[in-house]
Design a protein around this ligand. Structure first.
Ligand code: GLV
Ligand code: MN
Ligand code: MN
Length: 429
């Protein structure tokens, strides 16, 4: 694990004429601090159960304690903080986001929502303000699903939907999740202890960067999310025949990588010609045995497919699989396709979304609603609580990229809206 350099000049980005409050300053300072905790100094990467994931967890725990919360690491590595209400033991409004990252990530995806929630609690605590409900803040351990094939592992554990067989999945280096948990200091046989009951939660609300360009185009710092789009992730395995690059005639080859290349361009073509918002991404490919002078005999690649509606996504997945099966057959390659992740579209609860909109309006911003194309922990939390989300504008809509950026004034606007929402929150009748 290495600490990355920190460009502190990024904290001086307030919109001229608008003075961000201390909340925005604290949030951006902590985003920069957390952004230094990485697998390598050059590229931010903090994947589930890695040494840097643990360093980050310890730092976030200390922030929660400083904010006046009781905090602990749960059985899957979620960081859980609790700020009691007017009396101990009340059901909570749960807030949070994830603290794992993709590879070569930006600093804001996940940490903005988590750090903002902690700063809001700290603000209440400084004022000695207790509410007629408890507040809980969760730093979800794995939302991105980068290390192991599955995703939303932290929020699924809290929702009680963690699938035990996931413990046997292995990362690219062959390390099983079960072993990684032990190295992190967790007991893989007790993941079930992280589960929470529906009666303990009034609702789950997450603030997150938009990760798209819409709010910037609209000239708005924040937006109210209507629904989180579903997603399907597949792992495809193609097997042909490895052989000598100099001796096997082209017509006699069963090249798994050339087959994968044809599959990938077909997937791109199917998505490009769909016309209805279908998006498909092959984000990882591995060719074996992996030598310049050897015909690739085996290839694994991943596929992420999303669409505006679940029936649309399901039709598209079936269509794509049919096409890659046909390509494999024509090239006499063996094909295996596994579904590694599937999540339905999750609508934000109308009653809760209305309270988010109220808070946005009360802070003086136009209320604008938009769907989330990206996945979020709310997709798992929906199994135990109603869910709502607040988006914060990010520069150029760039995300899952080191250039991901949020202006200080926008981070502050998000915090002010979240704080107002918390202070005016009314549980569903
Ligand atoms: C999470 O960032 C996802 O949408 O893949
Ligand atoms: Mn992400
Ligand atoms: Mn995220």
């Amino acid at each position: 694990m290495r600490f990355r350099g920190n460009s502190m000049n990024e904290t001086k980005t307030a919109i001229p004429g608008k003075h961000a409050s201390a909340l925005g300053d604290e949030i951006v300072g902590r985003i920069n601090q957390l952004g230094t905790i990485s697998e390598t100094p050059e590229h931010l990467a903090r994947v589930f159960l890695s040494p840097e994931h643990k360093v980050a967890a310890d730092l976030i725990l200390s922030w929660m304690v400083e904010a006046g919360m009781r905090a602990h690491l749960d059985a899957i590595g979620n960081i859980c903080g609790r700020y009691e209400g007017e009396r101990p033991g009340l059901p909570c409004l749960m807030l949070g986001s994830h603290y794992d990252t993709v590879r070569d990530a930006g600093k804001w995806d996940g940490p903005l929502g988590l750090i903002t929630a902690i700063s809001c609690v700290a603000d209440l605590n400084r004022r000695g303000r207790r509410l007629p409900f408890a507040l809980e803040v969760v730093g979800f351990a794995d939302e991105e699903g980068v290390r192991f094939a599955s995703t939303l592992l932290g929020s699924r554990a809290i929702a009680g939907t963690f699938v035990e067989s996931a413990l046997n999945s292995r990362d690219r280096d062959g390390v099983a999740m079960r072993e990684a948990m032990v190295q992190f200091g967790l007991d893989p046989d007790h993941v079930g202890a992280a589960a929470r009951a529906r009666r303990e939660l009034h609702a789950y609300v997450e603030l997150h960067i938009e990760q798209g360009p819409v709010l910037e185009q609209k000239g708005l710092p924040v937006g109210v999310v209507t629904a989180i789009a579903g997603a399907t992730r597949l792992a495809a395995h193609l097997t042909g025949m490895a052989g000598h690059a100099g001796t096997v005639p082209m017509a006699m080859r069963r090249d798994a990588l050339a087959g994968a290349a044809e599959c990938i361009t077909k997937i791109e073509e199917l998505c490009q010609t769909d016309g209805g918002g279908l998006v498909g991404t092959v984000g990882y490919i591995d060719a074996m045995p992996g030598a310049t002078n050897v015909i690739p005999g085996r290839v694994n690649f991943t596929l992420d497919i999303r669409a505006p509606t679940d029936p649309h996504r399901k039709r598209a997945v079936a269509d794509i699989v049919r096409h890659i099966e046909a390509i494999a057959k024509r090239r006499t390659l063996a094909l295996q396709v596994d579904v590694t992740h599937e999540n339905r579209t999750v609508p934000c609860a109308l009653w809760l979304k209305a309270q988010v909109a109220e808070a946005v309006a009360a802070e003086g911003f136009s209320v604008f609603e938009l769907p989330s194309g990206a996945g979020h922990d709310g997709m798992a939390m929906i199994d135990i609580a109603d869910v709502a989300m607040l988006f914060v504008r990010c520069r150029g809509g760039i995300s899952h990229h080191p250039d991901e950026h949020v202006e200080l004034a926008d981070a502050d606007a998000g915090a002010q809206v979240l704080l107002r929402l918390i202070e005016n929150f009314r549980p569903r009748e």
